[in-house]
Design a protein around this ligand. Sequence first.
Ligand code: FE2
Length: 277
Amino acid sequence: MTKARKVEQLVTGMPATDGAGVELVRVIGQPRLMDLDPFLLLDAFRSDNPDDYIAGFPAHPHRGFETVTYLLNGRMRHQDSAGNEGVIEPGGIQWMTAGRGIVHSEMPEQEDGLLEGFQLWINLPASHKMTEPGYQEHSAEGIPVESRPGTDIRVITGETSQGTKGPVSQPLTAPLYIDVTLEANTEFKETLATSHNAFVYVIKGSINIDSNLLTRDQLAVLSSGDSLKLDSCDEGARFLLIAGKPLGEPVQRAGPFVMNTREELHQAYHDYQSGRF
Ligand code: FE2
């Protein structure tokens, strides 16, 4: 028996400034949608004005969760306290498990032109918040594209109903992260794990989910169910479909730290200030 997921809540991203003065759109992690277990934050950045992004995100810490950067346009240089360094290129993904702690910087590797991408924060369960930091990095070539009529699906993690598997592995929250491009007036159908919370975020064009029209920068929190059906409108559409297994644990967050208790947050600040990251 199938139960189609509906739109439970429609959220429009709100303008925000973060890092050293980067202009972005905050979609998850804002008053209208503080989180969607296990997702803690979704930022979208898209600008061809260097003033909006040039300041970047200088050295800052993280503990207790994962940061996932997916770039569509432009280049971002990443450097961390453990000596790791690299550049994320268009179509590339960096899946960083901050675990017990990392200090890193994320800076635009360009002085002009379009910078466009997303950062998603995914929580870690209490049992893994203090895990060793690690990365899963893949360039555009490493991300499989599933083709259906009028449809391209980039699979970053998880597996589609047609068996295309993304390169990133995260069994703790078993996420699905796909980037879907639809031609005009094209239907998209996909199965989704009933255990997972799921959302759709529109990058371009517009889509219709069960008579709810979503346009650029709008996110639909989906109700429970095992499938999703939507249609693109006349101009076609591009959207992210993301799902993950909720952790159901208490969340205490302060800036770059997300733990289970206030005590652990204090500990995180203390450890960071005493240079233990
Ligand atoms: Fe960061």
